[in-house]
Design a protein around this ligand. Structure first.
Ligand SMILES: [Fe+2]
Length: 145
């Protein structure tokens, strides 16, 4: 199969897994920072939800069918499941780690798209790398003492 499609499938799986995990933490975060974290996590999963659709449709645009089952996503993703009982600080550092992992997935996929001379996919993946870098910065700043 097309290597750009394969790379996009991993991006899709990681993004879907992080979407679910971020919503898990939106629901379950507790503590004195409940409100800002609950709201920040919602902003993050809203962004991830939009990205999921774009990535799925980029795969369709390349002529392949897009996978759409939890089984496929959990088989391919690099993101570990969330822990609903984690502390607020553990949730933030967990998500920070995941945004860094997705940044690496996107970097690999972007390189494959560039090698395939697919500027459409490469430029979209680059824009997602910027979003994840910004989100990682915000999460890191939340953890600062
Ligand atoms: Fe909500």
């Amino acid at each position: 199969m097309n290597s750009v499609v394969n790379a996009l499938e991993v991006v899709l799986a990681d993004t879907y897994a992080l979407y679910l995990k971020t919503q898990n933490y939106h629901w379950n975060v507790e503590g004195q920072d409940f409100k800002p974290l609950h709201e920040m996590f919602k902003e993050q999963y809203d962004d991830l939800f939009e990205a999921i659709d774009v990535v799925g449709e980029l795969i369709r645009g390349l002529g392949s069918r897009t996978m759409g089952t939890f089984g496929d996503f959990s088989r391919l993703t690099n993101i570990k499941d969330g822990n609903k009982d984690a502390s607020a600080a553990q949730m933030v550092s967990d998500l920070l780690h995941d945004h860094e992992i997705i940044g690496q997935t996107l970097g690999k996929a972007s390189k494959i798209a560039q090698e395939a001379d697919d500027g459409v996919v490469a430029s979209y993946l680059g824009s997602r790398m910027a979003v994840h870098r910004k989100t990682a910065w915000m999460l890191r700043s939340t953890l600062a003492k």
